[in-house]
Write a new protein. Structure first.
Lengths: 245, 405
């Protein structure tokens, strides 16, 4: 029991954050999800307030004026319903099971939400890696928007982002906090394992993004070369095509 | 109408004969021949050797029975995995292009055949334009034969134009194909460079392990045996795999070049066919004016001329000088019909050259595809084995100190 991290003692406070999304975003996708959620709530508040006013007006018509007291209650109801609808429903962080389902394009944003919620539970090197992964996931999602669903890499990406990444983090958080820094068999502590695995996943996301981008890169190169042939001097040089090897 | 007495001057200049050389089929490349084609810089060589030395020193330092030793051996079995996968990923598409090229020939070929039949309709020899005018009852001249002959141009021009447009777009496809081949070859070249480096590593590893095992024979025979039986064995297997993949890559690289050269020749043929056709039409315009004193209006000829001349500057120039000559000749010639016939002969010559080329090129292409298909099959067997070893060997994902990057 050496090197007990002081953070481990305070870890349980992270509990409630696990179910609802916080305000800090590690990527654009999760921020977009939150913004959309906020807009939804504002819309609901508007509908609720207008509904209360219309209702009180209707009552006023039926009973012939609601009076000053009625006006007061209407205002009170407006404030109450606005406060309630602004706070609930809160944006829930998806569960791991939900991450494993859903469409591949949604998974990226959902995983970002999920990671954000766990970020505070992770040791500093790992949480830095999570930030980095957030940025990489943004890049990946840009590529995914353009790629077709039939792309062979899709299944691989969904596994990587929807299963392996949350899997490694939740395996880590399942370890009691005071044991996380302790070296297990093989001389590697869970902290180190987590950092290594996140590093590898980060590298893989980068690789997949690169691979998906090669299509566009090649396409551009082919078009440039074609213009070279069509309007440039490439055809003349084509007679003496390079003889290597 | 001028009167030149020398009939030889009336013959239009023959463009230089069209030589379309079908590329030779790609020979079978032995794994041994394939290695060394992509140069490895001496600087890189030094780095690779240092990597190998460090790896072997590390391996020898481990206890033979320890999991660490096993881990190092696993890294040897996974050596070059990424490089092979990258090259194999490219080589899976090797056959697409030659096979498609064989089919694409048909597209251009069909258009050329259509052009030929359209042109034959107008051939002055066949249309009987040179025959003396028809005579009613054998002696009363009846109808203007020449006039009717030249009128047939007007009805044919739209058809010819559409064929030429098809040919032009077929040519664009060939060029696009070549652009894609260029990009693919660049990537393949890079993949082959990586393979070459891995082969260099695995060979250096072979030599180094052999040397270390010989040294250990005296001091630690058990370790020497373990190194020979596991590390050296897997290293040799990987060398073989890498070399097989290299041979296929080289073969594919050459096959892509073959398709590319084939396309270039075909483009030349298409260009020449278009130019000679336009030249013949222009000649017809001039000859008609000279012989019937009537203006044969082929609106399309001008349009055709600009499009065709724009394709390739050199042929455009050729066409321009040629037609100027024709114009002068036809105007001054006593036998303008012969000029026209020569212009048609130019078209036929071009098409015969293209046909002959295609026949030979198709043979070369078939042969190349056959060789390549056989090699691909062979290498797939190796790759399947390598992947099987990986699945059972585990540790395949461990970052190896032998990685190039």
């Amino acid at each position: 029991m050496n090197a007990l991290p002081p953070r481990g003692l305070t870890a349980p406070k992270a509990g409630p954050r696990r179910r609802y999304a916080g305000s800090r975003s590690i990527g654009r996708r999760s921020r977009a999800l939150k913004t959309r959620h906020l807009m939804d709530r504002i819309w609901r508040v508007l509908v609720g307030v207008v509904g209360v006013i219309v209702l009180s007006a209707a009552i006023g018509l039926v009973i012939g004026g609601i009076g000053f007291g009625g006006l007061f209650f209407t205002a009170l109801a407006c404030v109450l319903i606005a406060a309630l609808l602004l706070r609930y429903p809160r944006l829930r962080v998806p569960t791991r099971e939900q991450l494993a389902q859903g469409s591949i394009r949604d998974v990226v944003g959902q995983t970002e939400l999920w990671l954000e919620a766990r970020r505070t539970d992770l040791p500093p090197p790992a949480s830095r890696l999570v930030d980095q992964i957030g940025i990489q996931l943004d890049g990946l999602s840009l590529q995914l928007d353009r790629a077709g669903d039939q792309e062979p890499a899709m299944a691989e990406i969904r596994k990587l982002v929807g299963e392996y990444l949350p899997g490694i983090v939740s395996s880590y958080t399942a370890i009691p906090a005071h044991l996380r820094a302790e070296a297990a068999a093989g001389g590697v502590s869970p902290d180190q394992s987590l950092a290594e695995s996140l590093e590898r996943i980060s590298g893989e996301i980068e690789g997949v993004t690169r691979q998906l981008a090669t299509g566009s890169i090649d396409d551009l190169a082919i078009k440039a070369r074609y213009l070279d042939y069509r309007y440039g001097a490439a055809l003349a040089e084509g007679d003496s095509t390079d003889e290597r090897p | 109408m001028g009167t030149t007495t020398d009939p030889a001057a009336a013959v239009p200049p023959r463009p230089a004969p069209l030589n379309l050389t079908p590329p030779d089929p790609v020979p079978h490349v032995e794994p041994r021949q394939a290695v060394g084609l992509v140069p490895v810089s001496s600087e890189a060589e030094g780095k690779l050797q240092a990597k190998v030395d460090a790896f072997v020193a590390d391996l020898v330092a481990q206890d033979v029975g320890s999991p660490e030793f096993g881990k190092r051996v696993d890294q040897l079995t996974a050596m070059g995995r990424k490089e092979i996968a990258a090259a194999a990923g490219l080589s899976n598409r090797f056959l697409d292009r030659p096979v498609r090229a064989m089919r694409q020939d048909e597209g251009v070929g069909a258009n050329l055949a259509a052009l030929r039949s359209a042109v034959e309709e107008l051939d002055p020899g066949r249309a009987g334009a040179l025959a003396p005018g028809r005579k009613l009852l054998g002696f009363i001249p009846f109808g203007n034969h020449l006039k009717r002959y030249f009128q047939s141009y007007q009805s044919a021009q739209a058809h010819i134009q559409s064929i030429l447009t098809h040919l032009a777009s077929g040519k664009d496809e060939l060029l696009l194909d070549n652009a894609a081949i260029d990009v693919e070859r660049q990537k393949l070249w890079a993949a082959m460079g990586d393979l070459e480096q891995m082969i260099h590593i695995s060979r250096a590893m072979d030599a180094k392990l052999e040397q270390v095992a010989a040294e250990l024979d005296a001091t630690d025979p058990a370790k020497a045996r373990a190194i020979r039986e596991s590390a050296l064995f897997y290293t040799r297997q990987r060398t073989q795999d890498l070399m097989t993949q290299m041979a296929v890559s080289v073969q594919g690289y050459l096959a892509l070049d073959l398709v590319k050269k084939n396309n270039v020749e075909l483009v030349k043929g298409v260009d020449r066919a278009s130019t000679t056709t336009v030249a013949a039409l222009r000649t017809a315009v001039t000859v008609a004016e000279a012989m019937t004193n009537q203006r044969l209006v082929l609106e399309q000829v001008t349009a055709l001329n600009t499009t065709t001349a724009g394709l390739i500057d050199s042929t455009g120039k050729l066409l321009r000088s040629q037609t100027e000559q024709i114009h002068a000749d036809a105007a001054s010639s006593t036998i303008p019909m012969e000029t026209l016939q020569r212009a048609f002969q130019n078209i036929y010559d071009t098409m015969d050259a293209v046909d002959g080329f295609k026949l030979q090129a198709l043979g070369a292409m078939r042969q190349t595809v056959d060789t390549l298909a056989a090699e691909l099959d062979k290498s797939r067997g190796y790759i399947a084995r390598a992947e099987g070893a990986e699945a059972t060997g585990g540790g395949g994902d461990a970052p190896s100190p032998l990685d190039l990057r």
